[in-house]
Design a protein around this ligand. Structure first.
Ligand code: PXP
Length: 236
């Protein structure tokens, strides 16, 4: 399994003082040097962490792959088509949410999703859809033309160590299997940390995990190189 590190929190910290430190570009470089195989950033509609300048710089400096998380917004689509990241991951976005809550409802808006991703696919950008591990969402994702799904692991992470852990874990395992039967490749992420990540090894064929909060939190105490190295070691 590969490790994509989400560096949004570095930008959040930078923005807290309105200056330039800590620099997301530098964080991306350290992550890459310590085992990250891609760098993920979410260009939110309100630009609360990553800003346009960040993605324009990151696309030039990243040596691995830039994975741009984005909502189905025309202005962000324009930026994606301009910078051409390796991949985009479509996420739902609500203004007041602290982080991405729930997966994208692909089943409920299949035509809209299909139409939105077409120019991205035509431009050679790999498209991933961030969805809940549900049959209807996987089936819709398969029809949309996207090459990847990213399974939302938030419910599993919440349930970890509790009585519903198995139930939530099985949803991920079954959704991954179904997606693979449709020829989709499968990533996962949200809420994964140093304790709960090991069960991702029980899901055959998982391609990449996208992890942010737990790595940046650990890095506060141990430094970013150690935090990324340790996570890369756990999922290798
Ligand atoms: N994947 C997606 C699609 C996300 O929106 C996020 C959160 O920004 C993550 C992965 C990473 O989640 P976490 O910060 O909880 O590791």
């Amino acid at each position: 399994m590969l490790l994509g590190v989400n560096i949004d929190h570095v930008a959040t910290l930078r923005n807290a003082r309105g200056g330039v430190e800590p620099e997301p570009v530098k964080a991306a470089d350290i992550c890459e040097q310590n085992g990250a195989t891609s760098i993920t950033t979410h260009l939110r509609e309100d630009r609360r962490h990553i800003k346009d300048e960040d993605v324009y710089t990151l696309i030039k400096t990243i040596k691995t792959k830039l994975n741009l998380e984005m909502a189905m917004a025309d202005d962000i689509q324009r930026i994606a088509l301009e910078i051409k990241p390796h991949s985009v991951c479509l996420v739902p976005e609500k203004r007041q949410e602290i982080t991405t809550e729930g997966g994208l409802d692909v089943a409920g808006q299949l035509d809209k999703v299909t139409e939105f991703i077409k120019p991205l696919l035509d431009a050679g950008i790999v498209v991933s859809l961030f969805i809940d591990p549900e049959k209807s969402q996987v089936e819709a994702a398969a029809k949309s033309g996207a090459q990847f799904i990213e399974m939302h692991t938030g419910a599993y992470s919440e349930a970890f160590g509790k009585e519903n852990e198995e139930e939530e874990f099985l949803k991920l395992k079954n959704a991954a299997r179904l997606a693979q039967t449709f020829g989709l490749r499968v990533n996962a992420g949200h809420g994964l940390n140093y304790e709960n990540v090991h069960r991702m090894h029980e899901i055959p064929g998982l391609y990449e995990l996208n992890i942010g909060h737990s790595i940046i939190s650990r890095a506060v105490f141990t430094g970013l190189p150690e935090a990324v190295r340790k996570m890369a070691e756990l999922i290798k």
